[in-house]
Design a protein around this ligand. Sequence first.
Ligand code: ZN
Ligand code: ZN
Length: 64
Amino acid sequence: MIEFCCEFMEYHANFKCDIHENPYDCPDKIVIFNEKSNDYGIIIHDGGSSIIEINFCPWCGDKL
Ligand SMILES: [Zn+2]
Ligand SMILES: [Zn+2]
């Protein structure tokens, strides 16, 4: 069970869209969380699969 820093991060990290199977295709999906490496990233919706790795939560400012 993973504990997220705040409810916003929990919501976005767990967010799954019914329409877009690929998270990189979904404009509503903004945070990618990699459970294995414990990495967080913000998806850049440029048609590819670019992400910006983040070390602090954009909502609460906690270290991730
Ligand atoms: Zn947070
Ligand atoms: Zn979607």
